[in-house]
Design a protein around this ligand. Sequence first.
Ligand SMILES: [Zn+2]
Length: 271
Amino acid sequence: MIVFGSRMYFKKNVVKSFEECEHCGAYGKMTSYKARKFGHIYFIPLIPMGKSSQVLRECKGCSRGAHIPVDQLEPMVDSVADQFKSLIVSVSEGETEVEVQPGGPKMNIGAMIAGIMGDLYCLKEIESVDSISDVLLANNLNFENELVQAKWSELTGNLDGARDHYDAAHRQKPADPIPIYRKAMTELRSKRIEAAESDFKKYLQLVPDDIQAHAQLAGIYESQKKFDQVVAAYDEIFKLNPANLTNKHLKKTYKKACKKSGAQGAFLAQM
Ligand SMILES: [Zn+2]
Protein backbone atom coordinates (compact mmCIF):
# COMPACT_ATOMS: atom_id res chain seq x y z
CA MET A 1 0.00 0.00 0.00
CA ILE A 2 1.32 3.42 -0.93
CA VAL A 3 0.95 5.96 1.89
CA PHE A 4 0.16 9.38 0.49
CA GLY A 5 -1.56 12.53 1.66
CA SER A 6 -0.67 16.06 2.60
CA ARG A 7 0.59 17.86 5.66
CA MET A 8 2.58 20.88 6.74
CA TYR A 9 6.34 20.59 6.29
CA PHE A 10 9.43 22.65 7.10
CA LYS A 11 8.06 24.29 10.23
CA LYS A 12 9.76 27.50 11.34
CA ASN A 13 9.17 29.94 14.20
CA VAL A 14 7.56 27.22 16.28
CA VAL A 15 5.94 28.64 19.43
CA LYS A 16 4.14 26.59 22.08
CA SER A 17 1.44 28.32 24.05
CA PHE A 18 -1.25 27.27 26.49
CA GLU A 19 -4.68 28.67 25.72
CA GLU A 20 -8.32 27.83 25.32
CA CYS A 21 -9.07 26.45 21.86
CA GLU A 22 -11.62 28.59 20.04
CA HIS A 23 -12.80 25.50 18.12
CA CYS A 24 -13.19 22.72 20.71
CA GLY A 25 -13.10 24.87 23.87
CA ALA A 26 -10.45 22.76 25.58
CA TYR A 27 -7.59 24.40 27.42
CA GLY A 28 -4.23 23.02 26.46
CA LYS A 29 -1.11 23.19 24.40
CA MET A 30 -1.23 25.10 21.13
CA THR A 31 1.44 25.29 18.48
CA SER A 32 2.01 28.23 16.16
CA TYR A 33 4.44 28.03 13.26
CA LYS A 34 5.20 29.01 9.72
CA ALA A 35 5.20 26.16 7.20
CA ARG A 36 4.15 25.00 3.76
CA LYS A 37 1.75 22.27 2.79
CA PHE A 38 3.21 19.46 0.71
CA GLY A 39 1.67 16.39 -0.81
CA HIS A 40 3.65 13.45 0.51
CA ILE A 41 4.34 9.85 -0.42
CA TYR A 42 5.52 7.74 2.51
CA PHE A 43 5.73 11.07 4.39
CA ILE A 44 8.38 12.39 2.02
CA PRO A 45 7.24 15.89 0.95
CA LEU A 46 7.24 15.94 -2.83
CA ILE A 47 4.50 18.21 -4.14
CA PRO A 48 4.24 21.80 -2.83
CA MET A 49 0.59 22.72 -2.36
CA GLY A 50 0.00 26.47 -2.20
CA LYS A 51 2.15 29.12 -0.61
CA SER A 52 3.59 28.95 2.87
CA SER A 53 1.32 29.99 5.67
CA GLN A 54 1.45 31.01 9.27
CA VAL A 55 -0.49 28.64 11.46
CA LEU A 56 -1.75 30.19 14.67
CA ARG A 57 -2.80 28.16 17.70
CA GLU A 58 -3.05 24.66 16.30
CA CYS A 59 -4.81 22.78 19.07
CA LYS A 60 -3.26 19.56 20.34
CA GLY A 61 -6.75 18.17 20.99
CA CYS A 62 -8.66 18.90 17.77
CA SER A 63 -5.75 19.83 15.43
CA ARG A 64 -7.52 22.96 14.26
CA GLY A 65 -5.89 26.37 14.10
CA ALA A 66 -5.95 29.55 12.04
CA HIS A 67 -4.05 29.42 8.73
CA ILE A 68 -2.89 32.78 7.42
CA PRO A 69 -1.32 32.91 3.94
CA VAL A 70 2.15 34.33 4.20
CA ASP A 71 1.39 37.31 1.92
CA GLN A 72 -1.34 38.42 4.36
CA LEU A 73 0.89 37.88 7.34
CA GLU A 74 3.05 40.97 7.20
CA PRO A 75 0.13 43.48 7.10
CA MET A 76 -1.48 41.54 9.94
CA VAL A 77 1.64 41.55 12.10
CA ASP A 78 2.13 45.26 11.34
CA SER A 79 -1.40 46.07 12.42
CA VAL A 80 -1.11 44.06 15.65
CA ALA A 81 2.27 45.64 16.38
CA ASP A 82 0.84 49.13 15.68
CA GLN A 83 -2.06 48.54 18.08
CA PHE A 84 0.42 47.34 20.65
CA LYS A 85 2.65 50.39 20.23
CA SER A 86 -0.30 52.76 20.52
CA LEU A 87 -1.34 51.04 23.77
CA ILE A 88 2.16 51.49 25.15
CA VAL A 89 2.04 55.16 24.14
CA SER A 90 -1.31 55.51 25.97
CA VAL A 91 0.27 53.92 29.05
CA SER A 92 3.11 56.44 28.99
CA GLU A 93 0.47 59.19 28.74
CA GLY A 94 -1.11 57.93 31.93
CA GLU A 95 -4.23 56.34 30.40
CA THR A 96 -5.69 53.29 32.14
CA GLU A 97 -8.67 52.68 29.84
CA VAL A 98 -8.98 52.77 26.07
CA GLU A 99 -11.81 52.37 23.56
CA VAL A 100 -11.83 48.93 21.97
CA GLN A 101 -13.39 50.44 18.82
CA PRO A 102 -13.44 54.20 18.19
CA GLY A 103 -16.52 55.52 20.02
CA GLY A 104 -17.17 52.10 21.59
CA PRO A 105 -16.99 50.91 25.19
CA LYS A 106 -13.75 51.33 27.12
CA MET A 107 -11.64 48.51 28.43
CA ASN A 108 -8.78 48.33 30.90
CA ILE A 109 -5.48 48.90 29.13
CA GLY A 110 -3.81 46.00 30.96
CA ALA A 111 -6.48 43.59 29.68
CA MET A 112 -6.03 45.00 26.14
CA ILE A 113 -2.25 44.64 26.28
CA ALA A 114 -2.58 41.11 27.66
CA GLY A 115 -4.84 40.14 24.72
CA ILE A 116 -2.57 41.53 22.01
CA MET A 117 0.50 40.16 23.76
CA GLY A 118 -0.89 36.64 23.19
CA ASP A 119 -0.97 37.19 19.43
CA LEU A 120 2.52 38.69 19.36
CA TYR A 121 3.84 35.80 21.44
CA CYS A 122 2.36 33.19 19.08
CA LEU A 123 3.84 35.08 16.10
CA LYS A 124 7.23 34.92 17.83
CA GLU A 125 7.39 38.72 17.90
CA ILE A 126 8.02 38.89 21.65
CA GLU A 127 9.91 36.42 23.78
CA SER A 128 9.76 38.07 27.18
CA VAL A 129 7.29 40.06 29.23
CA ASP A 130 9.96 42.12 31.01
CA SER A 131 10.04 45.23 28.82
CA ILE A 132 6.23 45.50 28.86
CA SER A 133 6.22 45.05 32.60
CA ASP A 134 8.89 47.76 33.00
CA VAL A 135 6.78 50.31 31.10
CA LEU A 136 3.67 49.52 33.15
CA LEU A 137 5.50 49.69 36.47
CA ALA A 138 7.31 52.91 35.50
CA ASN A 139 3.83 54.43 35.11
CA ASN A 140 2.58 52.95 38.38
CA LEU A 141 0.12 50.68 36.59
CA ASN A 142 0.49 47.86 39.10
CA PHE A 143 -2.95 46.35 38.52
CA GLU A 144 -2.36 46.33 34.77
CA ASN A 145 1.06 44.79 35.32
CA GLU A 146 -0.51 41.92 37.30
CA LEU A 147 -2.97 41.25 34.45
CA VAL A 148 -0.16 41.22 31.89
CA GLN A 149 2.05 38.99 34.07
CA ALA A 150 -0.90 36.66 34.66
CA LYS A 151 -1.55 36.35 30.92
CA TRP A 152 2.14 35.69 30.30
CA SER A 153 2.12 32.93 32.94
CA GLU A 154 -1.00 31.46 31.32
CA LEU A 155 0.56 31.51 27.85
CA THR A 156 3.68 29.78 29.07
CA GLY A 157 1.72 27.12 30.94
CA ASN A 158 2.50 28.36 34.45
CA LEU A 159 -0.96 28.10 35.99
CA ASP A 160 0.24 28.68 39.56
CA GLY A 161 1.94 31.90 38.48
CA ALA A 162 -1.22 32.99 36.64
CA ARG A 163 -3.33 32.27 39.73
CA ASP A 164 -1.01 34.36 41.94
CA HIS A 165 -0.99 37.33 39.55
CA TYR A 166 -4.79 37.28 39.07
CA ASP A 167 -5.13 37.05 42.83
CA ALA A 168 -2.83 40.08 43.28
CA ALA A 169 -4.85 42.02 40.67
CA HIS A 170 -8.11 41.03 42.40
CA ARG A 171 -6.79 42.23 45.77
CA GLN A 172 -5.85 45.58 44.21
CA LYS A 173 -9.24 46.10 42.58
CA PRO A 174 -11.83 43.80 44.22
CA ALA A 175 -14.69 45.42 42.29
CA ASP A 176 -13.17 44.67 38.88
CA PRO A 177 -14.72 41.44 37.54
CA ILE A 178 -11.89 40.47 35.16
CA PRO A 179 -9.23 39.20 37.62
CA ILE A 180 -11.60 37.08 39.71
CA TYR A 181 -13.14 35.44 36.62
CA ARG A 182 -9.70 34.71 35.19
CA LYS A 183 -8.56 33.39 38.56
CA ALA A 184 -11.61 31.12 38.74
CA MET A 185 -10.79 29.71 35.29
CA THR A 186 -7.18 29.18 36.32
CA GLU A 187 -8.23 27.32 39.50
CA LEU A 188 -10.59 25.17 37.43
CA ARG A 189 -7.81 24.28 34.99
CA SER A 190 -5.54 23.42 37.92
CA LYS A 191 -8.30 21.13 39.23
CA ARG A 192 -8.66 23.20 42.41
CA ILE A 193 -12.39 22.85 42.21
CA GLU A 194 -13.37 24.37 45.55
CA ALA A 195 -11.28 27.50 44.93
CA ALA A 196 -12.84 27.79 41.46
CA GLU A 197 -16.34 27.48 42.93
CA SER A 198 -15.66 30.19 45.49
CA ASP A 199 -14.19 32.53 42.84
CA PHE A 200 -17.08 32.06 40.40
CA LYS A 201 -19.46 32.91 43.26
CA LYS A 202 -17.47 36.07 44.04
CA TYR A 203 -17.52 36.97 40.35
CA LEU A 204 -21.29 36.47 40.16
CA GLN A 205 -21.76 38.95 42.99
CA LEU A 206 -20.15 41.50 40.66
CA VAL A 207 -21.79 40.31 37.40
CA PRO A 208 -24.93 38.35 38.44
CA ASP A 209 -26.28 37.87 34.91
CA ASP A 210 -23.26 36.20 33.29
CA ILE A 211 -24.61 32.90 31.98
CA GLN A 212 -21.10 31.63 31.29
CA ALA A 213 -20.20 31.78 34.98
CA HIS A 214 -23.47 30.05 36.01
CA ALA A 215 -22.65 27.35 33.44
CA GLN A 216 -19.15 26.90 34.91
CA LEU A 217 -20.69 26.51 38.37
CA ALA A 218 -23.24 24.02 37.03
CA GLY A 219 -20.34 21.99 35.60
CA ILE A 220 -18.51 22.07 38.93
CA TYR A 221 -21.62 20.91 40.86
CA GLU A 222 -22.24 18.19 38.29
CA SER A 223 -18.69 16.87 38.73
CA GLN A 224 -19.25 16.85 42.50
CA LYS A 225 -22.68 15.23 42.10
CA LYS A 226 -24.27 18.10 44.05
CA PHE A 227 -27.47 17.77 42.09
CA ASP A 228 -29.57 20.24 44.06
CA GLN A 229 -27.01 22.92 43.23
CA VAL A 230 -26.93 21.84 39.59
CA VAL A 231 -30.69 22.50 39.52
CA ALA A 232 -30.26 25.94 41.09
CA ALA A 233 -27.51 26.89 38.61
CA TYR A 234 -29.64 25.74 35.65
CA ASP A 235 -32.62 27.69 36.99
CA GLU A 236 -30.45 30.81 36.75
CA ILE A 237 -29.33 29.91 33.23
CA PHE A 238 -32.91 29.34 32.04
CA LYS A 239 -34.13 32.49 33.79
CA LEU A 240 -31.43 34.62 32.17
CA ASN A 241 -32.01 33.16 28.71
CA PRO A 242 -35.18 31.11 28.19
CA ALA A 243 -33.90 30.12 24.73
CA ASN A 244 -31.71 27.60 26.57
CA LEU A 245 -34.90 25.68 27.43
CA THR A 246 -34.81 24.23 23.91
CA ASN A 247 -31.23 22.94 24.28
CA LYS A 248 -31.51 19.15 24.42
CA HIS A 249 -28.28 18.57 26.32
CA LEU A 250 -29.15 21.17 28.99
CA LYS A 251 -32.67 19.77 29.35
CA LYS A 252 -31.38 16.25 29.81
CA THR A 253 -28.87 17.29 32.50
CA TYR A 254 -31.48 19.43 34.25
CA LYS A 255 -34.10 16.69 34.35
CA LYS A 256 -31.55 14.17 35.60
CA ALA A 257 -30.41 16.60 38.34
CA CYS A 258 -34.02 17.22 39.42
CA LYS A 259 -34.63 13.49 39.59
CA LYS A 260 -31.42 12.71 41.49
CA SER A 261 -31.82 15.50 44.04
CA GLY A 262 -35.60 15.42 44.32
CA ALA A 263 -35.54 19.19 43.80
CA GLN A 264 -38.49 20.73 42.05
CA GLY A 265 -36.69 22.86 39.44
CA ALA A 266 -38.48 26.10 38.55
CA PHE A 267 -38.57 25.08 34.88
CA LEU A 268 -39.26 21.37 35.31
CA ALA A 269 -42.91 21.74 34.38
CA GLN A 270 -41.90 23.25 31.03
CA MET A 271 -39.73 20.29 30.03
ZN1 LIG B 1 -9.24 22.36 19.91
